[in-house]
Design a protein around this ligand. Structure first.
Ligand SMILES: [Cu+2]
Length: 166
C-alpha cells in the first residue's frame, strides 16, 4: 500500500489558504496580499463613500484590480485623482488598477480609491463591512473594510502623490 504523497503535499499546500485570515486585517488572493482595507466615515447626507487598501503583488506576474462590490451600495467604482488644466484635483473613473509584479499599490486619500456609490446609510466609525475585490488573475477575494478616520489610516500622508499641477 502506497501513500499518495503528491495528494498529501497538495493538501498541505492548500491548507493555509483555507484558514480564515479574519484575525489579522490582511487578506491573501493567490500571490496578492491585501492589507488594511478601510473607509472614511461619512456624514448622514453623504451618498458616496471612499474605500482604501494596500495591494502587494508578491508574485512574478502582473495583475489588475478590475472590480469591487459590497452589499452596502448598488455600485462600487474604481477612481483615481487627476489634476485638471485649472490645477484642480478631480476624481476620474478608471477601468482597472494595475498591480505590476513585485510592487505595492496603495489606495489612499488623494489618489486611487474605491468609490461607494449610493450609500443608503452613513458609514459609521468603528464598523466593518464586506467588500469583494475581483482581480483579473487572482480572482475574487472578500475583505472587511474598517470604517475609521484618515488619521488612523496608519500609512499617513506625504507620499507625494499629488501630480505637478503647475
Ligand atoms: Cu472617487
Amino acid at each position: 500500500m502506497t501513500i499518495n504523497r503528491r495528494a498529501l503535499l497538495a493538501a498541505l499546500a492548500v491548507a493555509p489558504l483555507l484558514l480564515s485570515p479574519a484575525r489579522a486585517h490582511e487578506y491573501r488572493a493567490g500571490e496578492l496580499l491585501i492589507d488594511h482595507p478601510w473607509a472614511r466615515p461619512t456624514a448622514p447626507a453623504q451618498k458616496v463613500g471612499a474605500g482604501y487598501l494596500t495591494i502587494r503583488n508578491q508574485g512574478g506576474e502582473a495583475d489588475r484590480l478590475v472590480a469591487a462590490r459590497t452589499p452596502l451600495v448598488p455600485m462600487v467604482e474604481l477612481h483615481t485623482h487627476e489634476i485638471d488644466a485649472q490645477g484642480v484635483a478631480r476624481m476620474r473613473q478608471i477601468e482597472a488598477i494595475d498591480v505590476p509584479a513585485g510592487t505595492t499599490v496603495e489606495l489612499m486619500p488623494g489618489g486611487l480609491h474605491l468609490m461607494l456609490m449610493g450609500l443608503a446609510e452613513p458609514l459609521r466609525e468603528g464598523t466593518r463591512f464586506p467588500v469583494t475585490l475581483t482581480f483579473e488573475r487572482a480572482g475574487e477575494v472578500e475583505v472587511e473594510m474598517q470604517v475609521e478616520p484618515p488619521a488612523a489610516g496608519g500609512h499617513g500622508h506625504g507620499h507625494g502623490e499629488h501630480g505637478s499641477g503647475g
